[in-house]
Design a protein around this ligand. Structure first.
Ligand SMILES: C[S@@+](CC[C@H](N)C(=O)[O-])C[C@H]1O[C@@H](n2cnc3c(N)ncnc32)[C@H](O)[C@@H]1O
Length: 241
């Protein structure tokens, strides 16, 4: 992996290293069981074919990469900056019997080690809150996708309507930090980090601004769908010519 690493990159590395081995179990619990459904909604937007190669950025332990390979029978390359998350991912890929179709590599989203237009599609999940410059990163992601290829993102969202917003505030403000502190090593930090991180991201990058950044990166027909009363969002579009 190239040497350039920002303070934000390092903070993300420190956040995920201690939780890598228990990530899948507790991420599901802390999303109140919604995570798998959200990932399915993301994967459906990719519309890959068996001959395609899809890049999954911030692949972590490979949950989306595995789903893509199973759903489409395509090849998947997953990249992540965390050696610990990738080690767990490789174990899961092998256990799923997908070592021939899913390859995991260490790389940062800001500096992908691939030629322009190398991939037929691209996914990224819970990534943009961890990069310094989401617009610049979107350019880098889009660069690796061939014209006509799908780009799709899954991210946590802040519910806009009061009936969902109030329980969300209570959950990320109290429930999540408390649950994190009760679980295991490293999860207390994740539990108290998530709410402010999600809120801060969407304050800086409201959906219309983010959609503009996708378009500036050369992605057209950008659409978004809220999931679970606005607790998450899937955004997708098609790489232009
Ligand atoms: C919340 S996890 C999501 C993992 C996976 N996409 C999933 O759905 O479970 C966020 C991942 O982003 C990775 N990450 C954070 N910043 C990154 C960057 N700049 N480049 C690549 N990966 C990054 C972390 O190491 C972590 O594995």
């Amino acid at each position: 992996m190239a040497a350039r690493s920002s303070e934000r990159n390092r903070a993300a590395e420190q956040l995920f290293a201690p939780v890598a081995q228990s990530y899948d179990r507790y991420a599901r619990l802390l999303s109140l069981g919604q995570d798998p459904r959200w990932r399915d909604a993301l994967v459906e937007r990719v519309e890959a074919r068996p001959v395609h190669v899809v890049l999954d950025v911030a692949t972590g332990t490979g949950a989306v990469a595995i789903r893509l390979a199973r759903r489409y029978g395509c090849r998947v390359v997953g990249v992540d900056q965390s050696a610990e998350m990738l080690a767990e991912g490789r174990r899961r890929v092998a256990a799923a019997g997908l070592s021939d179709s899913v390859e995991l590599r260490q790389a940062r989203a800001e500096e992908l080690p691939f030629e322009d237009a190398s991939f037929d599609g691209l996914t990224f999940t819970y990534l943009l809150r961890y990069v310094d410059d989401p617009a610049c990163t979107l350019h880098e992601l889009a660069r690796t996708v061939r014209p006509g290829g799908r780009v799709a993102m899954l991210e946590f969202f802040v519910p806009r309507h009061r009936p969902a917003r109030l329980p969300w505030e209570a959950y990320v403000g109290v429930g999540l930090p408390l649950a994190g502190s009760l679980i295991a090593n490293g999860w207390a930090e994740v539990g108290s980090f998530l709410g402010p991180s999600i809120r801060d991201f969407w304050e800086r990058w409201p959906p219309d601004r983010l959609r503009g950044a996708w378009e500036d990166a050369g992605i057209r027909d950008v659409q978004a769908r809220l999931l679970s009363l606005g607790g998450a969002v899937v955004m997708w579009g098609t790489r232009g010519e």
